[in-house]
Write a protein that binds this ligand. Structure first.
Ligand SMILES: [Zn+2]
Length: 230
């Protein structure tokens, strides 16, 4: 199995990660560059033979979630390369296209959390993660006795990690981890004590809600990444 990161190691988003074997060529995410914080938005210059021009040379494209920096190049992909995404992601992208007067993207297959997809000699398993986009996934890619995990965007939670361990099985390990590093801060928890485990957060949240139990409706304002937690 080989891995080629076409883009994404020197920036946030704009991910294009190729994973394949001698028989199978997969792309994980077709992300557009994030627009500049200031200055005009420009056309994304990314081009790759077999993906955006020439004869189609990729077998399948997987999308981790519906954020533009992970799927914004969908419209540039050569026709004939099938695209897989989560079922909700398909619906969300269709709605976005309808509201922005764009053609609906061609997504060929809606996968589900934890259900492996066997593609010739490669097995890809989407594993649901918590992120500020609904229906977000990491992918465990297995072929030729090797295990690669491509995480996409995610908030670390025990749930996703446990699902990866379960899928790997007894005695198996990851051979390679490809992950977003936007907010990795080793040692910060020890320094500030501010980051606590999921059980601690749930315990605190439940306590707060109980205080107002029976007094009427309780409203919670938080990031959509925390949907599972609530
Ligand atoms: Zn995202």
């Amino acid at each position: 199995m080989y891995v080629t990161v076409h883009r994404g190691t020197q920036q946030i988003g704009g991910n294009l990660v190729e994973i394949g074997t001698a028989h199978t060529r997969l792309l994980f995410d077709a992300g557009a560059n994030l627009p500049p914080l200031d200055g005009p938005k420009t056309e994304d210059p990314f081009a790759l033979e077999g993906l955006t021009f020439g004869e189609p040379a990729f077998d399948w494209v997987f999308l981790s979630h519906h954020h533009n920096d992970h799927c914004g190049l969908l419209g540039k992909l050569l026709p004939g390369i099938p695209v897989f995404a989560g079922e909700e992601t398909m619906r969300i992208l269709n709605v976005i296209a309808d509201f922005t007067n764009q053609p609906r993207p061609e997504i060929h297959f809606g996968f589900r959390d934890g259900q492996p997809v066997q593609l010739d000699d490669v097995r890809g398993t989407p594993i649901g993660v918590e992120h500020s986009a609904r229906d977000a996934y990491m992918f465990l890619v297995q072929a030729e006795g090797q295990n690669v995990l491509y995480t996409g965007d995610f908030r670390t939670s025990e749930k996703a990690l446990a699902a990866v361990r379960e899928r790997l099985g007894e005695g198996e390990q990851l051979d390679l981890l490809i992950t977003e590093g936007t907010n990795i801060r080793p040692g910060k928890q020890e320094m500030t004590g501010k980051f606590q485990g999921e059980a601690w957060i749930e315990h605190r949240l439940t306590g707060r809600l109980r205080v107002h139990q029976g007094q009427g409706t309780v409203f919670v304002l938080c990031s959509s990444a925390n949907e599972d937690r609530i």
